[in-house]
Write a protein that binds this ligand. Structure first.
Ligand SMILES: [Zn+2]
Length: 466
């Protein structure tokens, strides 16, 4: 008998930490100092009376940079911005040890005016985008509370239940993360947390706090299969909130879902209404970079770069912009692509850096200069690669570098003679037919010339002399 098919509906609530320097309602830092890993940071080191909810403290006006990032994200999500309405900060009440004030301030909720609604991103409808503050971190075993996280600005992107399977969700989320990285809106190493709701034949089920793409995939696949099995057994699917236990590989019950009334939303009297400035919103829109799909298209059509390499470049906005700048100053980027996709990435990876790191400053004009000198055969490819090794963190003009030009053929011949004389055993091996022996000898010539000898000349010369 054919199994009954259900209309599977999946919707997401994506939460991410906004990339701001300060918390939402106070001036505490959002991150530890650069040399301290957030996981090893001492608890309660970035706190003040506001983010610890000390009685008598009042919130400061919402962080301007968080509000701007909210608008940027809303545009990327294709939303309509509510700049004609007053936005209300609301108190969302619940009693939990991680919430010292007893409520969380949010722009969402019962009487809310959403700052951004009715969007569409990669074919999926966006219900709304809003902003709220993060609660503290509470350890139920020790009872200890760490307020470093308390008051961090959290963005929430809510989709309509437009997904029908886990593959589409995973693909969409990866594109979302990439697009958000183009506007630097989300903290890079803090990741995202996603609540996923799934409905098949009965009420919808919400799975909370899924913090990796893999976990989201597994949770959806498990939950859809479970619900369909339950239907066959005649079980009624109620509305419920679940967590996904990765070790058990299944969802477990968390609690009955709170209705909106349980949160007792009220406007926060300590925070004024927000009126978005039309001019400023327009300005933010104007300054948005082109999104990944547009860059990909450009790389393929305008710069004639193959799809695979174009996709590698598109993973990073700075990399695409580097290619565009190189092209602007007259470099054939298609022909010289390996200088970027192989050499530049190699030295960055080796130094554990990326182009977007603040201390990294590599100028396209310096690489262009190097490529031109190689084209003119003034320096060897190997020498150019060696020079590039020193481009991280800061590139330089090779005119400032000492003698790096190619050396003359008779100088190469001299070096070859030296190498042959000193390595008679290897020369004999080559004579007996061992081809790699020649490569080793060429390597010695390159080393002695500090990579300034022409590889082909050295090879020919050695063959002639042996
Ligand atoms: Zn604070």
């Amino acid at each position: 008998m054919k199994k009954k098919e259900f209309p599977i509906k999946i919707g997401l609530e994506v939460h991410g930490y906004l990339n701001t320097k300060e918390k939402l309602f106070c001036m505490c830092r959002t991150m530890p100092p650069q040399d301290v890993d957030v996981r090893e940071e001492k608890p309660n080191t970035r706190i003040c009376p506001i983010c610890t909810g000390t009685p008598g403290s009042k919130p400061m006006l919402a962080n301007k940079s968080a509000m701007d990032k909210l608008i940027q994200i809303a545009f990327v999500m294709g939303c309509k911005i509510s700049h004609d309405k007053d936005l209300i900060w609301q108190r969302k009440h619940y009693n939990w040890a991680d919430l010292p004030k007893g409520y969380q301030d949010t722009i969402s909720g019962a009487h809310a005016v959403s700052p951004a609604i009715s969007g569409k991103f990669n074919g999926v409808r966006i219900r709304e985008v809003h902003l709220e503050e993060d609660p503290a971190q509470w350890n139920p075993e020790t009872g200890r509370i760490n307020y470093n996280r308390s008051g961090l600005p959290l963005i929430e992107i809510v989709t309509e239940p437009d997904f029908t399977n886990s593959e589409d969700v995973v693909f969409w989320l990866k594109n979302l993360i990439l697009s958000l990285s183009y506007i630097k809106a989300i903290k890079k190493n803090a990741g995202i947390k996603v609540d996923v709701n799934v409905s098949t034949y009965g009420e919808r089920v919400e799975m909370k706090n899924l913090n990796s793409i893999e976990k989201i995939r597994k949770a959806i696949e498990y939950e859809v299969a479970r619900q369909i099995e339950d239907y066959d057994r005649g079980i009624v699917q109620k509305q419920e909130t679940l967590a996904f236990d990765e070790k058990l590989g299944r969802t477990v019950k968390m609690r009955e879902k709170e209705g909106q009334a349980d949160y007792r939303f009220i406007p926060d009297p300590d925070l004024p209404l927000i009126k978005l400035n039309v001019k400023e919103v327009k300005n933010i829109e104007r300054q948005l970079p082109e999104m990944p799909e547009i860059k990909l298209d450009k790389l393929i059509k305008k710069y004639k770069i193959d799809k695979k390499n174009a996709e590698i470049l598109t993973k990073n906005l700075e990399l695409v912009e580097f290619v565009e700048l190189l092209s602007k100053i007259g470099i054939d980027v298609k022909k010289n692509l390996s200088w970027i996709t192989i050499e530049l990435l190699r030295i960055l990876n080796y130094n554990k850096k990326t182009l977007e790191d603040e201390d990294v400053d590599i100028k396209p004009e310096h690489l262009a200069e190097l490529i031109r000198e190689v084209d003119k055969k003034n320096i060897t490819v190997l020498k150019a690669k060696q020079v590039m090794n020193d481009f991280v963190p800061k590139s330089f003009s090779i005119s400032k570098k000492g003698d790096i030009g190619k050396i003359a053929d008779d100088a190469i011949e001299n070096l070859c003679k030296q190498v042959i004389e000193k390595n008679q055993r290897v020369v004999d091996e080559y004579k007996q037919g061992k081809e790699q022996a020649l490569n080793w000898l060429i390597g010695q010539v390159m080393r002695l010339s500090e990579r300034r000898a022409d590889y082909r000349v050295a090879s020919e010369c050695l063959k002639k002399l042996i």
